[in-house]
Design a protein around this ligand. Sequence first.
Ligand code: BTN
Length: 264
Amino acid sequence: MDSRRIDRSAAPPPSAALDPPFPWRLRGREGFLHFFSETTSTMDEARQIARAGCPSFSVVVAEMQTKGRGRLVRPWYSRAGGLYFTIILRPDLPPEACFKLNFLASICLVRILQHRYGIEAEIKWPNDILVNHRKLMGMLSESSILSNRVDYVNIGIGVNVNNSPPETTPEATSIKLLIGEPAPCLPLLADFLDEFEASMKNLDDIDIISEWKRYAMPFGRRVTIVTTGEEFNGIAENIDSEGALLLRLADSSLKKVLYGDCFP
Ligand code: BTN
């Protein structure tokens, strides 16, 4: 059996009544929101919508994904009860500066968890959000560059809200587990869109690297970096001005890692 198939025999989460049925309404965002009760992946839908020329800050939200994607070609389990969305951006930024958008999104998410639930979360490079070393949210981004100009950057975010993380990922957690009761998804999405949009307007004034490091797991630890096909061990020393991880290898050389996953 395809492990990514949704188990429909599972009862809907008790939190289902906390959110209104789709389509959700968010004042001021009419015409920018695309809702799917079920889709393969909001990344697939967002790509099509972006290619068709949608405006910046369009958002695709799904209740369930049958082929939710994680980074490094991993599945992202997307049962009902979680928050799954992709935001389509058309930033006026050079391609090499687009990492700032992902960094900004993770900063906003950590702040919202703090304000709304008192949850103290940490960012693990590049953009995982963890609480007590367990993963609560993941982020995936895909972009299209045309003649060295950014056409779109799609940022997909998956939050374990009321969905039980699958048994295969004991290292995951959810908002429901952390606060001891179910939580609605809609206010989380609304907070995120508002805070992210407002912060994006000030992107030039923010020292994004320093701000991101305030919330990031401390550097100076031994880690394993996994990329598609390669693995490196070393000390995670810092990140550079492009958001790349600087890894001190056993032979004392410094390796710049632009893409990958980081494990303790
Ligand atoms: C990761 O941590 O590996 C990234 C997970 C990203 C999951 C989100 S859920 C919404 C969007 N649609 C997807 O298929 N993936 C992203």
